[in-house]
Design a binder for this molecule. Structure first.
Ligand code: SF4
Length: 148
């Protein structure tokens, strides 16, 4: 499987170069193959019990730590494929990347909140960036004349 041969369709289905359809681009395994474009009704497929269960598993597989997490609405436990970190005393594994996710959300939250404020004010979120050239007027770069 190579990325250049894939088309990712919304919501989160994957179609391989040969027309095979999978539930998700992170689950391209035989047991997650849903059919092939040439012989599968896509409307019926979207409502298939398999896909309903696949989506529901993402919710039901959340760890207790995720349920209590302040970033749940942003992260939602991450990809189920990465939920394999065993935590002592807990039956449900945690996402292997949890510490990184938390670090990312903590680091970016102030900037995200500031950009949201700007949008609510009808302004561009790009205003969060420092002015170019330390506030000097933007324009073409001027180079000193070469000594003659
Ligand atoms: S940051 Fe960690 S605990 Fe919070 S929702 Fe994501 S995986 Fe779960």
């Amino acid at each position: 499987m190579e990325g250049s041969n894939q088309i990712v369709s919304e919501p989160r289905r994957l179609i391989e170069h040969n027309g095979d359809i999978y539930a998700c681009d992170h689950f391209v395994y035989p047991e997650y193959r849903l059919g092939n474009l040439h012989d599968t009704d896509l409307i019926a497929l979207a409502a298939s019990p398999f896909l309903q269960t696949f989506g529901q598993d993402k919710l039901e597989g959340l760890s207790p730590g995720c349920h209590a997490c302040r970033y749940l609405s942003l992260c939602f436990g991450g990809c189920p494929k990465d939920r394999f970190a065993q935590i002592k005393g807990r039956d449900v594994p945690q996402n292997y990347l949890c510490a990184s996710y938390r670090h990312y959300f903590e680091h970016t939250a102030p900037a995200m909140q500031r950009m949201a404020q700007l949008i609510w004010q009808g302004r561009s979120p790009a205003e969060i960036m420092p002015p170019r050239n330390g506030g000097a007027e933007a324009g073409p770069q001027r180079h000193p004349a070469k000594p003659g």
